[in-house]
Design a protein around this ligand. Structure first.
Ligand code: ZN
Length: 810
């Protein structure tokens, strides 16, 4: 059971002025030593409260065995005024990414450890009051094996060579939210520099990666430094508050469950975004926006922190919006095109499931931290981002930033709520911010903007309840742009003069379902690639995806759009997203098993057509990646492996090679021994995971049985291996082989989830089988959901059920 809102409020009323003096001994191999002195002020003499500490052994409180420790909490009786308690414990390392994670690099045998926290996992690292509104300064000392280096939230104050006790010492941090504590230790390869921002403050910066990725870090160092500096300068130009945390480390860590964590002064990223092979344009753009996103959190989240988890959006929506906006300014133009065709389309789907919620829920809607976990979803990120985009469009940038700066000034190093943010915005504008917030942030679902055509032109009507401000693009018969205008649309329809083609929301300013007039849709579906503006093409593609989801466009007709337009597409983001949606979501949710191979083949054919036209390299790379995952031509892919280059001359680097190996395995064109040979030739974690997936993808009952045994029989499978084996096992073109496992996925998966807990629930839910379901399998899922399913798994399965049944005639 996780911390409840009621408990958090009671503890915040009792406890204040918290600080931690923490020593970690990371020299042990199966467990680490932890000594924490917690100081705080209590309001009431004799009041009872507790520190959280999960799964610790040999726990001592003030030097004596802890009689009040129950495996997750240490009971305390407070003195009025100052209190101090010292806890010593040994705590096991984990390999599932939730706690003090340890990883042994298969490439060189080197060991790394990292405190991967977020949510309520700081209690797996040291004893603490594990809630956002008990922010505290942390003083950290670390004993690490020789040859390692250590980075953490605080600025490095003492190196083992300088310290008499041979320890790493970090300066006391400003008050930080406990879910954002981190320490990362190991033989890191590091790249350090200093940079003065626009405010003149000189800050030490660094990037760190595993020693076996030193070549990759050196390869990308110039870009990583340039993006970091550009984002930093942009934030310091927008925000009046300086960067608050003394130094800025960024670490590519192994096995992180989150995409990244915005820990104050020490951001951690999953190290897959430092790829072994040359990163593609799409990978570089997405990495740029993650860097900008996590840096935005240094203000939205770390400087000013939500009080309770209903305001997850106050951090995630803003960071998501700023991530795209600022990475675009840092040189990754087209970031919002990527957003509108990928994350935003997922937000529309999320907003139509039963699990949807207002962007800004009430605190009582999030009763405990387990429920809060479920709000780290497409509503809090992508819909919230879209709402902020609409707010900026509606309010104007100057008033928006004035409100944001007032908010930071009032709540620096403190906690705040939606009401505080609205107060700050309200002071910066004459517009009715409170009314806007009620309409946009306190409601679920979205409006429809419908365009209809008559003799007088095009009429735009809004079905719904929200005010919208957006651009409308018009085109002639030849689809050459003739104009663009910004309009406001709410209760009253808006009439536009006739144009051959009219696209509302062309700049993707608002969050809305779009229904184009018949003549415009017809022209676009014939010749979409002729539209010059990337953003407008993305809006039209997103509309096509929505039409399929609503059952208003047949999957075959969507594949027709792919065949006609994807080969001519000029935006890498659109190529990747549209082809990815077609060969993953479309086949799993909208096709019968018999139709899947042909649909995947059509995606591969579109890639071949596009490649034959000799596109620019970034487009060629995107098409080649998709071709590797979808091609039915085992001779072609096999030749890539031998030649070490594709038929169009691109080098076959590790990521592409393993995608091709996976595909060859799933086609039955590789043997177990051949996969093992490939694995022997690539000793990195990419090779380990690639081989795990390829073995699971082999189309034989024996291979599937062996993979199944690994998935649910092997307690020691790391989080990444679980994902890799799942991805190989559940192949939508192998329904005959895997359909019988679907009932086992639910029944045995549930039993394991009840036994293993929330992190396994999350892994199992994320690995929901992406294969077409027969009615009998839906019935199994319905039966399971009628029973007792723990919170995190229930959310994943209900969402999947809603997606599967949305367009199904039942
Ligand atoms: Zn975030």
């Amino acid at each position: 059971m996780s911390l409840t809102l009621v408990e958090a409020r009671a503890r915040a009323a009792l406890v204040s002025d918290v600080s931690y003096d923490l020593t970690l001994d990371l020299t042990g191999r199966d467990a680490y030593g932890c000594r924490a002195t917690v100081r705080f002020t209590a309001a009431t003499e004799g009041a009872e409260t507790f520190l959280e500490l999960a799964k610790a052994r040999e726990v001592l409180v003030d030097g004596l065995p802890a009689t009040t420790y129950d495996g997750r909490r240490i009971g305390l009786v407070c003195a009025a005024g100052s209190n101090e308690v010292t806890v010593e414990a040994r705590i096991p390392y984990v390999t599932d990414g939730d706690g003090m994670h340890t990883f042994t690099d298969p490439a060189d045998g080197e060991v790394y450890v990292g405190a991967y926290v977020g949510m309520d996992l700081c209690q797996r690292i040291f004893p603490c009051f594990d809630q956002n509104d008990l922010k505290a300064p942390v003083s950290l000392t670390v004993l690490a094996p020789p040859g390692w280096s250590v980075v953490a939230n605080g600025r490095l104050a003492g190196h083992p060579d300088q310290e008499a006790d041979g320890r790493w010492r970090f300066g006391t941090t400003p008050p930080i939210p406990l879910p954002m504590f981190t320490v990362c230790a190991g033989p890191w390869h590091s790249f350090r520099w200093e940079h003065a921002g626009p405010d003149g403050q000189v800050l030490p910066f660094a990037w760190h990666a595993r020693a076996s990725l030193s070549g990759q870090l050196d390869r990308d160092a110039d870009e990583l430094r340039a993006v970091t500096e550009a984002c930093y300068d942009e934030y310091l130009t927008m925000f009046a508050e300086p960067f608050a945390f003394g130094s800025f480390d960024q670490v590519f860590v192994p096995g992180l469950n989150w995409g990244a964590l915005e820990n104050p002064g020490c951001v951690t990223y999953r190290d897959e975004i430092l790829p072994v092979g040359t990163p593609t344009e799409g990978e570089r753009r997405r990495r740029g926006s993650v860097i900008a996103h996590e840096m935005a959190h240094q203000w939205f989240g770390n400087l000013s922190t939500m009080t309770w988890w209903e305001d997850t959006w106050l951090q995630e929506s803003f960071a998501d919006y700023m991530g795209y906006r600022v990475s675009d300014a840092a040189g990754f133009t087209g970031a919002f095109v990527d957003f509108s065709i990928s994350a935003k389309t997922r937000a529309y789907a999320a907003d139509e499931r039963r699990s949807t919620h207002p962007v800004a829920p009430e605190p009582e809607d999030v009763a405990d931290v387990d429920e809060a976990f479920n709000n780290f979803d497409s509503i809090s990120y992508a819909k919230g981002n879209s709402a902020i985009q609409q707010l900026v469009t509606w309010l104007g940038d100057e008033a928006f930033l004035a409100g944001v700066n007032a908010y930071f000034a009032r709540h620096r190093f403190g906690n705040a709520t939606l009401a505080d943010f609205v107060d700050a915005l309200d002071g910066a504008t004459d517009r009715d911010v409170r009314g806007w917030v009620e309409a946009w942030l306190r409601t679920t679902g979205f409006d429809t903007i419908r365009a209809t055509r008559d003799d007088d032109g095009v009429l735009l009507t809004r079905e719904g309840s929200r005010p919208h401000r957006f651009s409308v693009a018009t085109y002639g018969d030849d689809l050459v742009a003739t104009g663009s205008t910004m309009i406001d649309l709410s209760d009253e329809p808006v009439r536009l003069p006739g144009a051959a083609v009219v696209v509302p929301n062309a700049g993707n300013e608002t969050f809305v379902r779009l229904r184009l007039d018949a003549a415009s849709w017809s022209a676009l579906s014939q010749d979409l690639a002729s539209i010059a503006d990337d953003s407008t093409r993305a809006v039209v593609w997103a509309t096509a995806i929505d039409l399929v989801r609503c059952g208003d466009l047949a999957p075959e007709d969507f594949l027709g759009l792919v065949t006609r337009h994807a080969p001519r597409e000029r935006s890498v983001a659109i190529v990747e997203s549209v082809l990815g949606w077609a060969h993953r979501t479309l086949v799993a949710h909208h096709l019968s098993p018999a139709a899947v191979p042909d649909a995947v083949g059509q995606v591969a054919a579109a890639c071949e057509t596009g490649l034959a036209a000799g596109p620019e390299e970034p487009i060629a790379v995107a098409l080649t990646r998709t071709l590797a995952a979808t091609s039915p031509d085992s001779l072609l892919l096999g030749k890539w492996l031998v030649d070490r280059q594709t038929h169009t001359g691109l080098p076959v680097e590790p990521d592409l090679r393993w995608t091709a190996i996976h595909r060859l395995a799933s086609l039955g064109a590789l043997t177990t021994e051949e996969i093992d040979e490939e694995r022997a030739g690539d000793g990195t974690i990419v090779g380990v995971l690639g081989a795990a997936g390829a073995h699971a993808a082999l189309p034989t009952p024996e291979a599937k049985a062996a993979a199944w045994e690994r998935l649910l029989g092997d307690d020691g499978l790391s989080n990444r291996e679980f994902e890799a084996v799942s991805a190989g096992f559940w192949d939508p073109e192998q329904t005959a082989l895997v359909h019988d496992y679907l009932p086992h996925y639910f029944h045995e998966g549930l039993a394991e989830a009840l036994r293993r807990g929330a992190s396994f629930e999350e892994r199992l839910g994320k690995s929901f089988p992406p294969v077409p379901f027969a009615d009998e399998h839906l019935t199994v899922l319905e039966d399971v959901l009628r029973g007792d399913v723990p919170t995190v798994l229930r959310r994943a399965w209900e969402d999947a059920y809603d997606d599967l049944t949305r367009t199904r005639a039942r």
